[in-house]
Design a protein around this ligand. Structure first.
Ligand SMILES: NC(=O)c1ccc[n+]([C@@H]2O[C@H](COP(=O)([O-])OP(=O)(O)OC[C@H]3O[C@@H](n4cnc5c(N)ncnc54)[C@H](O)[C@@H]3O)[C@@H](O)[C@H]2O)c1
Length: 258
């Protein structure tokens, strides 16, 4: 764990904080001194994240949570307002809440397509929109979660890939819109990270899917990245070390798609 305290006096919201990359990010940011609000719809996961993060948090850093769906406009607005009322300001928003669904496109219902897009892209938009007024005050920044699926064509993931491509475009659009107003907006584009999302996907290959088409999602040695390796990049983008990085989507895949 890094002994560097890059987030002392910084207040940060992490969506998807109950699991995987979101949990690793909450742990990393608290270890570097941040006050963190973890948002997720999974209450048990949030409780576990809080316990893990508090165990390695820097002195004075705290981790709180709120059980919220990122698609619930009222709840997102309220959770952010409560956090800012208690801490005074919001410095960083990290959008990691997301869902993955893989299926043959011809078997994907419109409802399922829209569910994935609504959570991944709609939830990211909503959280950005609600956080921006606070971030304009603090001259803060946003880190979103795109994916290598946004750029490299992952088979059987049409809805997911479309949602992640939208997040990459949203990231770049916001970075341009707020260029002269002191708010940076970046994204990470991980590929093949060992989390519950990827473990669940491995158990649910679409029936009749061509497994060869999945092969490029991980390295030839089948090695997956660690959530902590993504969290480390998110932390760097979000702190002063990343001050001249804006509108960037950073690929984190060990070279798999290179
Ligand atoms: N793991 C990978 O290989 C990988 C690769 C590229 C991008 N990503 C992206 O990184 C992010 C984190 O993924 P992960 O692998 O840690 O997955 P994960 O499943 O471990 O964690 C995702 C979290 O999002 C939460 N969530 C889902 N829908 C929600 C909603 N409506 N409201 C609030 N919370 C919700 C879940 O409860 C879960 O805690 C996702 O956006 C994912 O698409 C992951």
């Amino acid at each position: 764990m890094s002994p560097v305290l890059r987030f002392t006096d910084k207040n940060i919201i992490v969506t998807g904080g109950a699991s995987g990359i979101g949990r690793a990010t909450v742990i990393r940011l608290a270890a570097e001194g941040a006050q963190v609000l973890a948002l997720d719809r999974d209450l048990d996961g949030l409780v576990q994240t809080q316990a893990l993060a508090q165990a390695t948090a820097a002195a004075g850093a705290t981790v709180v949570y709120a059980q919220v769906s990122v698609t619930d406009e009222v709840a997102v607005k309220q959770a952010m307002a409560d956090f800012v009322a208690r801490t005074g300001h919001l410095d960083v928003l990290v959008n990691l809440a997301g869902v993955l669904s893989s299926e043959h496109t011809t078997k994907t219902s419109f409802e399922e397509f829209m569910r994935v897009v609504q959570i991944n892209l709609g939830g990211t938009f909503l959280c950005c929109r609600e956080a921006l007024p606070y971030l304009l005050e603090s001259k803060g920044n946003i880190v979103n979660a795109a994916s290598t699926s946004a750029f490299f064509g992952h088979a059987y993931m049409a809805a997911y890939s479309a949602s992640k491509g939208g997040i990459a475009a949203l990231t770049q659009a916001l970075s341009r819109e707020y260029l002269n107003r002191g708010v940076r907006v970046n994204a990470v584009a991980p590929g093949g990270i060992a989390t519950p999302m990827v473990a669940a996907q491995a158990q649910s290959f679409p029936e009749g899917a061509d497994f060869q088409l999945y092969m490029h999602l991980s390295r030839p040695d089948r090695q997956l990245g660690k959530p902590e390796e993504v969290a480390a990049v998110i932390a760097t983008l979000a702190c002063a070390d990343g001050s001249f990085i804006n509108g960037e989507v950073v690929r984190i895949d060990g070279g798999t798609h290179g």
